[in-house]
Ligand binder design. Structure first.
Ligand SMILES: Nc1ncnc2c1ncn2[C@@H]1O[C@H](COP(=O)(O)OP(=O)(O)OP(=O)(O)O)[C@@H](O)[C@H]1O
Ligand SMILES: [Mg+2]
Length: 251
């Protein structure tokens, strides 16, 4: 009899997930578990291996070894099924500047196979949620960066995914727009969406429920933000980050 009890609330899970490029190990034995409705801050210095790990979780890159599941699907054997359950947004946004705001949403909804009725409904809801109704017929190129960012998040949500991967999605955006963006993230999480986010802004890391700190391909520490501060005696995530990375360097 198999005695393993699975926690159905866990929506992203990895066991010793590893990716090498030639001899270089970009992600070394990653073990994480993220629950439904959680905001998980996947932190780490440049080149730590965050994007590589996310690409594996999104079914875009095969692991060298180890395993992982996203939304209950195996990241290698069921990669195609994962794609319909996740939204992905990177710093580059991947919006079409020469399309109108609503046309970008139409495009992404179409890619995800929404029929015309659902498409109309979702475009309407997304514009409302993102507060972009008044610019719906504007060319995307004309929008300020913070609005483009909201539009890109809206596009990533068009197919109502369970899990959203945000890979440095707030780079270059001003503090007020970033605060707005994070209000939306919290709202999404409160409605049961799981948010997997990388950021180099430590004020944003403070808004996460759980964080992990990765350095040179390995996760050095992970847990609830409050618990980690108590454990290490650090007052802010910024202090915690520097402390952990410095210790990692001297180890
Ligand atoms: N396709 C590839 N071929 C070879 N090396 C790669 C490839 N992709 C990533 N790497 C290397 O793997 C390491 C981790 O890169 P990755 O992009 O995952 O880091 P990151 O944590 O996302 O960094 P950043 O914060 O700068 O975005 C880097 O040294 C990078 O050069
Ligand atoms: Mg990256």
């Amino acid at each position: 009899m198999n005695a393993v009890i699975e926690d159905s609330n866990i929506v992203v899970e990895t066991h010793d997930l590893t990716r090498k490029f030639g001899k270089f190990v970009a992600v070394d034995k990653l073990n994480i578990a993220v629950k439904r409705g959680e905001i998980f801050g996947f932190l780490g210095a440049n080149g730590a291996g965050k994007t590589t790990a996310i690409r594996m979780l999104c079914g875009l890159l095969e692991p060298t070894s180890g395993t992982g599941t996203v939304a209950g699907f195996d990241i290698v054997k069921q990669a195609e099924r994962i794609k319909s359950r996740i939204g992905y947004m990177s710093q580059k946004f991947s919006l079409y500047n020469d399309l109108k705001v609503e046309e970008n949403l139409e495009f992404y909804g179409g890619v995800y196979g929404l029929d015309s009725r659902a498409l109309k409904q979702h475009i309407h809801e997304t514009l409302e949620r993102m507060n972009l109704q008044h610019v719906r017929t504007k060319m995307t190129a004309e929008l300020p960066l913070g609005w483009k960012q909201k539009l890109a998040l809206g596009a990533a949500l068009m197919h109502n995914p369970d899990i959203i991967f945000l890979d440095e999605a707030t780079g270059g955006v001003d503090p007020v727009a970033r605060r707005d963006f994070w209000d939306m993230i919290h709202d999404l999480a409160a409605h049961g969406k799981t948010i997997f986010v990388t950021t180099h802004y430590m004020d944003e890391a403070e808004y996460c429920h759980k964080i992990s700190i990765m350095h040179q391909s390995r996760v050095l520490i992970q847990g609830k933000v409050g618990d980690l501060k108590v454990q290490t005696g650090m007052k802010t995530v910024e202090e915690l980050f520097k402390h952990v990375v410095t210790q990692g360097d001297s180890a």
